[in-house]
Design a protein around this ligand. Structure first.
Ligand code: ZN
Ligand code: ZN
Length: 369
């Protein structure tokens, strides 16, 4: 595997400062003096810190990143805010700073904190009022900057290049695990940080399992092969599914493929700013209904992605969220017939001011290996 890709420019530190400024705008709205940010992807989004141990304390005029001694050098290189290296539990030092800065009301991430951490915060003493707030930073993250979109695009391109290279080594005697290993090897060689999620390789009737784990099941001819893969590049995820014919397929399976492809194209067609996520989901389902296959579509049509593989918005049946320029989502309808086979086709798509841009370059027409 050789590397034809150029890596994207890193996100500028000034962008982290801008993001913190946006979060500070919520302080008055929620009537708090600061935020305790405990979710690592959110800490990374607001500071640039990529380590596995970190808490951000953000007030109107301070931004303090707490981490452990393993990250002393890395944190100061990556972050443009104050870094406090702590021996022992981070929250002990965080609480000292809460008192030192005289903060009396703090927002915490209710969906991103452990019970232990919550209890610890509660025990800080009377006088500190905690406000449980969920999803605020995640909502900011839903709208990507142009630098973020460029990074996701690089991730998507690398992911497609990895699939192309891995397919060159495809042999019908391979197992699902062999193929997954080949894909992940190519991703690494092409410059990915790693996978964005566990690679799915499923063949034959296992394609009917939407989240199949690769097994030592050999990939056989005249069956389907479903590959769902994503790279992480500079922290940003890509996500793509392709379903291939290994050898020949019967007419019924080919019709299933055509239904999913038409459904996927219709949903992509529906993506533009100002439409609800549910209407995009509806566009995918409508086509499948025409084929009598809507009952076999058992998950939502797509999801946002970025620093995490599943982000806002969700492209689901009941999602009233409106698409906005800067959102990056997947469109991935699928049909699954238990014990027989399944087909899914997935692209990564950026919502633009006038419509959308399909970032995934890989072909979607039925391809025989
Ligand atoms: Zn996927
Ligand atoms: Zn996906």
């Amino acid at each position: 595997c050789s590397n034809p890709n150029r890596m994207p420019q890193p996100i500028e530190p000034s962008e982290h400062e801008e993001r913190r400024a946006k979060l500070r705008q919520t302080l008055r709205l929620y009537r708090v003096q600061g935020w305790i940010v405990t979710a690592l992807p959110n800490v990374r989004y607001l500071t640039g810190f990529t380590g596995s141990s970190g808490i951000l304390l953000l007030s109107a005029d301070r931004a303090l990143l707490f981490t452990d001694p393993r990250y002393q050098t890395q944190a100061t290189q990556e972050c443009d805010c104050d870094v406090r290296v702590v021996k022992g539990p981070l929250l002990v030092e965080v609480s000292r700073w809460i008192q030192r800065l005289g903060l009396k009301t703090l927002a915490f991430e209710q969906n991103r904190i452990s019970y232990d951490e919550y209890v610890h915060l509660k025990e800080l003493g009377i006088g500190l009022r905690l406000k449980a707030i969920g999803g605020v930073i995640e909502s900011l993250r839903a709208i990507k900057s142009s630098a973020e979109i460029a990074t996701i695009q690089a991730s998507v391109q690398l992911n497609s290049a990895a699939l192309e290279q891995a397919l060159r080594h495809f042999k019908s005697t391979m197992t699902e695990v062999d193929m997954a290993a080949e894909i992940e090897y190519c991703m690494r060689r092409l410059g990915a940080d790693g996978t964005a999620f566990e690679t799915i390789v499923a063949s034959g009737e296992r394609t009917a399992l939407p989240h199949a784990r690769p097994t030592d099941h050999p990939i056989r001819t005249d069956e389907l092969l479903l590959i769902d893969m994503g790279a992480s590049v500079a922290g940003y995820a890509s996500d793509m599914t392709r379903t291939f014919a290994v050898g020949k397929l019967d007419a019924k399976t080919r019709r299933m493929y055509r239904a999913v492809l038409e459904s996927q194209l219709a949903a992509v067609q529906a993506v533009r700013p100002g439409v609800t996520c549910s209407s995009v989901d509806g566009a995918a389902r409508k086509v499948l209904r025409g084929f009598g296959m809507d009952k076999l579509f058992i998950h939502s049509t797509g999801h946002g992605l970025g620093l995490e593989i599943h982000e806002r918005p969700r492209i689901g049946r009941k999602e009233t969220t409106m698409l906005e320029p800067g959102m990056v989502i997947t469109i991935e309808p699928g049909v699954y017939q238990e014990g027989v086979c399944g087909v899914r086709i997935e692209d990564t798509i950026a919502v633009t001011s006038s419509g959308c841009q399909v970032l995934t370059p890989s072909a979607k027409e039925l391809c025989c290996l």
